[in-house]
Design a protein around this ligand. Structure first.
Ligand SMILES: C[S@@+](CC[C@H](N)C(=O)[O-])C[C@H]1O[C@@H](n2cnc3c(N)ncnc32)[C@H](O)[C@@H]1O
Length: 277
């Protein structure tokens, strides 16, 4: 299933190339940096916890789960009225119901510049209109999205609260903003919630604890020495992946196109250590 949002750092490329790395038979799927949920929609787990610090984003998923047809009806209205004027009118609106808020969120996501999410100091979305004009997409299937989300806990919170809930046999997929040491300005790219180097360190501590509890963990992160160092313990398998091809050898590193994939259940060749899961 294709995600209904376009999101900075979305992982459609990962699932299309590395499906074999995912833990398919885990007890529960847990994703604390949800964004557009590319891995969740690809795996379609029967039991899941999904969370993100972005409250508007999580409320959109909740509205789609609970009232998919209402959200679709309001999105169709935006589709019919779509124009530059309508975009800027909707951008400064604050609709009251969950369905109209979700339709506004999806409408702005699909028609704003590059699908970015950025708010001003008052928390109001301020991305200019982009060049994409399609408000309704051929892949839209809100009823199916709703069905998939029925067995899912959807929460707006910091990653630490969600990771704490992961138990032995669960699968945690971790995809934080790619902040590296000496560079806390990732918000220039995402400009949503600043994810600092201190957050990266806090995340690594939470994940070390989860690994000790027997949770299967897969992490995508920046391919940078400071990230490899953060996950330097022997139970972490660190790999460098070329987004456009396959496992990248170190000689082949091309800045900006490689990412780090780190796991506590994959072997060096990318095979899973315990195929029971
Ligand atoms: C790289 S994106 C995730 C992309 C997602 N994997 C996808 O396929 O679209 C990172 C997400 O982390 C969220 N985030 C940032 N700081 C956070 C925090 N402290 N706790 C939880 N989520 C956070 C952002 O709102 C953003 O949606």
């Amino acid at each position: 299933m294709t995600p209904f949002l376009k999101w900075a750092g979305g992982k459609r490329w990962l699932v299309s190339q590395h499906d074999a790395w995912l833990r398919n038979n885990a007890k529960r799927y847990i994703e604390p940096f949800l964004g557009s949920g590319a891995v969740f929609f690809h795996m379609q787990p029967t039991s899941a916890i999904l969370s993100d610090i972005n409250a508007e984003l999580v409320a959109t998923y909740q509205a789609l789960r609970d009232t998919p047809l209402k959200v679709r009806r309001h999105l169709l209205a935006h589709h019919r009225m779509h124009s530059i004027d309508h975009y800027y009118h909707v951008r400064q609106q604050a609709p009251r119901t969950a369905a109209t808020q979700a339709a506004r969120f999806i409408y702005l996501n699909r028609t704003c510049f590059n699908g970015l999410y950025r708010v001003n100091l008052k928390g109001v979305f301020n991305v200019p209109k982009g060049t994409k004009e399609k408000v309704i997409l051929p892949s839209d299937d809100f009823e199916n999205v709703s069905a998939l989300l029925q067995a899912t806990a959807l929460v707006s919170c910091d990653f630490a609260d969600t990771i704490r809930q992961a138990k032995s046999g669960d699968f945690l997929y971790i995809d934080p903003p790619y902040t590296v040491r000496h560079n806390n300005n990732n918000f220039l790219k995402y400009n949503e919630h600043i994810f600092s180097w201190a957050d990266q360190k806090r995340l690594a501590v939470c994940l070390a604890e989860a690994a000790r509890r027997g949770v299967s963990i897969l992490i995508s992160n920046a391919d940078h020495p400071c990230i490899h160092e953060l996950y330097g313990a022997s139970y972490w398998q660190r790999m460098t992946v070329d987004r456009f091809s396959r496992l990248a050898s170190s000689a082949k590193h091309r800045r900006g196109t490689t990412e780090a994939v780190i796991s506590n259940y994959l072997k060096e060749n990318g095979e899973q250590e315990d195929p029971r899961y």
